[in-house]
Design a protein around this ligand. Sequence first.
Ligand SMILES: [Zn+2]
Ligand SMILES: [Zn+2]
Length: 111
Amino acid sequence: MAFWQSFDFLFCGLCGTLLRFDSVRCATCPLCGFKRKAKEIAGKETWYSVDVEVESALEEVAMERPLLSTPCPKCGQLKVRYYSRQMRSADEGQTVFNECGGCGHNWSENT
Ligand SMILES: [Zn+2]
Ligand SMILES: [Zn+2]
């Protein structure tokens, strides 16, 4: 019984379906759309392993999103995708690789 009580928060409060984690902030029932906020979930010991998985998934998504503040130096478009890579040596800093969605121009910059 104790096992099921501790995993209660992973299931829909309305229909009992296993919730899907859309983000670190909330989980949604794929069947009826019931939402549970992570604030309710946080603080429960059993949450931690799930939390790490969701955060690393979000990191991958963030690196693919368009960076609106850096226009393409070739065509000036703002539809630039980028990803960054931390170099092994600490004094080399971080290199950001950019790719223009308009003309396909690739370039990198050190930050
Ligand atoms: Zn449900
Ligand atoms: Zn371009």
